[in-house]
Design a protein around this ligand. Structure first.
Ligand SMILES: Cc1ncc(COP(=O)(O)O)c(C=O)c1O
Length: 366
């Protein structure tokens, strides 16, 4: 059996350093917003190339806190429209709704699983105030075109970088440093994953960083002085300790994933399986390796029978989820097709060459 992702093996590589990190944490007696969080914020801001990183509770909160921050800075108001891809993971849309803003879903295209750019432009109205590009599956969104639209229409760009830690554009700029602000998730399966929940906001906007630092901690900047109505969403100190251990390995892990993806793309040859787009650049970090098949149920049964772990990202389009009844009447044919056909096969920094060969062999024999 080849697991879809072997989190134990991924984290066992760091066991000794985790133990040292835990001992430091224990000895520090600073269990909330201590030195581990400070160190991680500095290191991750440096890694992304941004002026600021603010550690928060999870990726959903990171996105919502950016929106709440912009509301406090009068750059967004309740009811403003935010354009977002209709095939994103639902968290992006939840963040917009929870912040009292209006998600405007934009049809996807199935080559890179990102915005259909014509549909994006067509979705802009006088009420549009922000675009939330999602670097889905680890592939950067078409930021050049999105930036051009945002400057033409004066829109904020809030990257959902939850699946794209370390992805770089052609100029070497990383996800998290490509718009006005970005939200990251450190959910354990992510390319930079904690051993529990975690998230971060990165930005070059000093005012936004300052307001999010307050918002994540009850709206305070000094103890028990509440300046704004805040939240409790702090990156946990022990998770920051684990992330400090793992961050230096992120680039080599991403390279390793790209090597597996390169093998899959050159060696899987089966007309029933559509492989993902890859331009051989560092714009993709292959958080997931997502293929498309017409008869997914049959293919999934075949993978299961042959011991190849798999998952579907995602089986139900957001506009068809019961949680979003206002969107039920909408139709996004490409998005719906994507949701009917996608299936993810194993890719991770701990797969060995034999396992990769086995996945290729099983897919070629389908
Ligand atoms: C694209 C995307 N956005 C947001 C999130 C939310 O992150 P979290 O689960 O840490 O809240 C996720 C996480 O799964 C995600 O994949």
């Amino acid at each position: 059996m080849i697991p879809f992702v072997d989190l134990h093996a991924i984290n066992a590589r760091f066991e000794d350093e985790f133990k040292i990190g835990f001992q430091d944490f224990l000895d520090s007696s600073y269990y909330i917003l201590g030195n581990q969080v400070k160190t991680f914020e500095q290191s991750f801001a440096k890694y992304c190339g941004t002026a600021h990183c603010v550690g928060v509770g999870n990726g959903l909160d990171a996105l919502q806190l950016i929106l709440e921050g912009y509301k406090l800075l009068d750059k967004l108001s309740i009811g403003d429209e935010v354009l977002v891809a209709s095939n994103t993971y639902i968290a992006t849309i939840i963040a917009i709704k929870q912040a009292g803003l209006k998600p405007v879903l934009v049809e996807a295209e199935s080559k890179t699983f990102n915005f259909d750019l014509d549909a994006l432009e067509a979705g802009i109205t006088p009420k549009s105030k922000a675009i939330m590009p999602v670097h889905l599956y680890g592939q950067l969104a078409p930021m050049k075109e999105i930036l051009a639209l945002s400057s033409k229409h004066n829109l904020l760009i809030i990257e959902d970088a939850a699946q794209a830690h370390g992805a770089k554009d052609a100029n070497g700029n990383r996800a998290g440093n490509l718009g006005s602000a970005a939200g990251f998730s450190f959910y354990p399966t992510k390319n930079l994953g904690a051993l529990g929940d975690g998230g971060a906001v990165t930005t070059n906007d000093d005012d936004l960083a300052e307001v999010i630092r307050k918002l994540r901690n009850y709206g305070t900047s000094s103890k028990y002085v509440n300046e704004v109505l805040g939240f409790n969403s702090r990156l946990d100190e022990i998770q920051a300790a684990f992330l400090n251990v793992k961050l230096p390995t992120l680039d080599s892990d991403n390279d390793f994933r790209r090597k597996i993806a390169t093998r899959y793309i050159s060696e899987i040859n089966n007309s029933k399986i559509t492989l993902p787009f890859y331009d051989k650049s560092d714009a993709h970090i292959f958080h997931l390796f997502v293929v498309q098949v017409e008869n997914r149920n049959e293919f999934q049964t075949y993978l299961n029978e042959n011991g190849i772990g798999n998952l579907i990202h995602y089986p139900i389009a957001p506009h068809q989820q019961n949680a979003l009844p206002d969107f039920k009447h909408l139709k996004f044919p490409i998005t719906e097709k994507i949701h009917n056909q996608v299936i993810s096969i194993p890719i991770s920094p701990v797969m060995d060459a034999q396992q990769v060969s086995r996945v290729i062999e099983v897919l070629n024999s389908y």
